[in-house]
Write a protein that binds this ligand. Structure first.
Ligand code: NCD
Length: 366
């Protein structure tokens, strides 16, 4: 796997801060077209809808002076003829120097990185991770609050299915942030992720089912997410939680005047439009930071700019395990792609998970 970004855990804290320094440098250049990547092509390979992520990757590459090729509609690609993801990336690597991939299957970016000879950037793999959104989210906090260490962030919404939250929680934990989770019953953070956060980072997570109950006055940032309706396996479950939370001006009277409101966007009905004029509303600035942050990431992964110690070398407590099992997660890439090896990872305590989607073997809790 050459210089790929699959999980936010792949990049070190020093690497994240190095990327932010470079992003500041690019941001200061405004809308100028630079000559950093004039021979390079990015392929944006998107098997799921996107506005911000795909277009900000493309704008980033164009502003670096590079070129873009795009597959934005899987219905118009050879996927409908039955081509596997592994075969597709083997083809696209000969057309492009770096690939940004979004796919509905958990673990898809991992499979792509194992088959491509160019860097793969995970632009969202099902409900699993969305590490570049996390870089943008952390950059927004870093710029607007002034630090990452020790910040207090409330994560509000569909924390079960939201891949941005799954990456962000790990990123925040690594910087020693304090997290407050606010989710309607049934939409809490996956237990396996909570276990990782508490066991690996000693994070204490306070959980609430409504914003009214949460200590909003302690927060530097409130991160709101939409209900991920496309990820519900059971439509009846979706109906139970539809319209179950709305962040309005009135619900934020306890949020400090110097706190910020973040949202990866798109919003649907969970974030009141009346908040847009509130100086704490930072979500449109957050979306705009997507370009300089992705410029920094592309330059680093292509080796056009050097970021010291970019990659995380300590990968936690999971090791490879020779015994194989079938992943029970219907949304795992392993259950859609023929011909890729099943892989198991094991923790010291003997618990096992799938090496692609990271769901626990026994309980499949994620
Ligand atoms: C997010 C995603 O695709 O996960 N959008 C984005 O990339 N900014 C969040 C969402 O769709 O709710």
């Amino acid at each position: 796997m050459i210089n790929s970004l699959i999980s936010i855990r792949d990049i070190s804290n020093a690497g994240i801060l190095g990327l932010f320094e470079l992003a500041q440098e690019y941001n200061a250049q405004g809308r100028k077209r630079l000559d950093v990547a004039h021979n390079a092509i990015i392929a944006t390979l998107f098997y799921e809808p996107s506005t911000r992520t795909r277009m900000s990757f493309e704008a980033a590459m164009l502003r670096l002076g590079g070129q873009v090729i795009s597959m934005a509609d899987p219905g118009a690609s050879s996927a409908v003829k039955g081509e596997t993801l592994a075969d597709t990336v083997r083809i696209v690597e000969s057309y492009a120097d770096i690939i940004a991939l979004r796919h509905p299957r958990e673990g898809a970016a991992q499979v792509a990185a194992e088959h491509a000879g160019v860097p793969i950037i995970n632009a969202g793999d099902g409900a699993r991770e969305h590490p570049t959104q996390t870089l943008v989210d952390l950059y927004t906090i870093y710029r607007e609050i002034g630090r990452l260490e020790g910040v207090t962030v409330a994560l509000c919404g569909d924390l079960k299915h939201g891949r941005t939250v799954h990456s962000l929680a790990q990123g925040l934990a690594r910087f020693g942030a304090h997290m407050i989770c606010v989710a309607p019953p049934g939409l809490e953070l996956p237990p396996a992720l909570v276990a990782t956060l508490t066991q690996n980072f000693g994070v204490n997570i306070d959980s609430f089912s409504t914003l009214d109950a949460a200590p909003l006055g302690d927060c530097d940032a409130l991160y709101v997410t939409r209900l991920q309706k496309e990820r519900f396996a059971d439509p009846a479950e979706l109906e139970k939680v539809r319209h179950s939370y709305v962040v309005s001006h009135d619900s934020l009277t306890r949020l400090r005047t110097n706190a910020i409101i973040l949202h990866p966007l798109p919003r649907v009905d969970e974030l009141d439009f009346a908040l847009d004029g509130d100086p704490r509303a930072a979500y449109f600035r957050q979306a705009a930071y997507g370009v300089p942050v992705r410029m920094a990431l592309i330059s680093a992964l292509l080796g056009l700019r050097d970021i010291a110690n970019l990659y995380e070398t300590v990968h936690g407590e999971w090791g490879r395990y020779p015994r194989l099992y079938n992943c029970e997660n219907a949304r795992c890439i392993i259950n859609a792609e023929p011909g890729i090896p099943i892989r198991t990872e094991v923790r010291k305590d003997g618990t096992r998970r799938c090496g692609y989607c990271e769901k626990m073997e026994a309980a499949c809790q994620r």
